[in-house]
Design a protein around this ligand. Structure first.
Ligand SMILES: Cc1ncc(C[n+]2csc(CCOP(=O)(O)OP(=O)(O)O)c2C)c(N)n1
Length: 287
């Protein structure tokens, strides 16, 4: 589909990539999701400008959550699917049409909680997906409950005495499962994030970009941050960009460091190519 809206005024350089007739959006003031979406859309727009990407091939998929709702605002072939099922939906679409570039853009609850099993197995298969986890460390949409990435000790609506659990560190988890590209960015460094998106959009196989983000309304308030900028500055202080770090040495520690950077960058063949090659051989009687 050539996604073009007619008779809608263009007010922002990225309006061509947004369903502006759906605005205003539902995100809270100070939410980090807008920074991440902006970086993603600028990455796409630059690649399109450089002649490296055809936007018609991008399939943008979200599950359920504040982050996932961005699929309702983006001007691609977009799908807003059931909670935790964005990866299987995008997997099916890619296997049916190998030309598309599926992007899953969803929250930590959606992708690492209810959809956690899909995340692990898509990485194991080296499935051709770019999976962007906006990690605001909570279930934002439903009011700020504990998520699998909530740091130990943190106050949420379901852990009023502090989180007694240990969180997932998604980088070593996904790196161990497999996949061609594993990186972590932060909303405090949007240009770096954009460069990861640009690189990952052009790779095959499984690609994970975790984005450390904020949820000032439903999470930050419980932690005592009185304004979105206080929460933002806390994140800015704890993220540390490192190169050459092994995935298992990547830190996810609210009290010392959340490491950002690129930790896995391989070029193994993606599952879609391998599967279609197998199907071709079987049909040709070569297998
Ligand atoms: C099967 C199912 N269980 C629970 C819910 C309720 N629910 C909606 S969004 C959500 C969590 C969203 O958190 P996350 O994925 O981290 O996204 P965020 O809103 O923080 O961007 C939950 C539990 C649901 N919609 N469907």
């Amino acid at each position: 589909m050539e996604a073009i809206q007619v008779n809608v005024p263009r007010l922002h350089p990225l309006d061509d990539y947004l369903r502006t007739d759906r605005l205003p959006h539902t995100l809270c003031p100070g939410c980090g999701i807008g920074i991440a979406l902006n970086a993603f859309l600028r990455a796409v727009s630059e690649l399109v400008g450089e002649g490296k990407l055809d936007r018609k091939n991008v399939l943008f998929v979200g599950g359920i959550g504040c982050t996932a709702r961005t699929s309702m605002y983006t001007m691609f072939d977009s799908a807003h699917v059931t909670h935790g099922r964005a990866i299987p939906f995008a997997t099916g679409a890619k296997l049916a049409n190998p030309n598309i570039i599926p992007v899953v853009f969803s929250g930590d609850g959606d992708l690492a909680g209810i959809g956690g099993n899909h995340l692990i197995h898509a990485a194991r298969r080296n499935m051709d997906l770019l999976v962007v986890v906006i990690n605001n460390m909570t279930y934002g949409l439903t009011g700020g409950q504990l998520s699998p990435t909530t740091p130990t000790g943190h106050y949420t609506t379901t852990t009023p005495y502090g989180n007694p659990e240990r969180p997932f560190n998604l980088i070593p988890l996904v790196a161990a499962a497999g996949g061609n590209y594993v990186a972590r960015a932060s909303i405090t460094q949007p240009e770096v994030m954009k460069s990861y998106f640009k690189k990952a959009l052009l790779k095959e196989g499984f690609r994970l970009i975790e984005v450390v983000s904020t949820c000032p309304e439903n999470y930050g308030r419980h932690l005592g941050y009185r304004s979105p900028s206080d929460f933002y500055l806390k994140i800015k202080g704890i993220v540390k960009m490192r190169s050459g770090v092994k995935p298992w040495d990547v830190k996810y520690d609210w009290n010392s460091e959340i490491t950002i950077g690129e930790f896995v960058d391989r070029n193994e063949p993606g599952f879609s190519r391998l599967l279609h090659e197998q199907v071709r051989k079987v049909m040709a009687g070569e297998n």
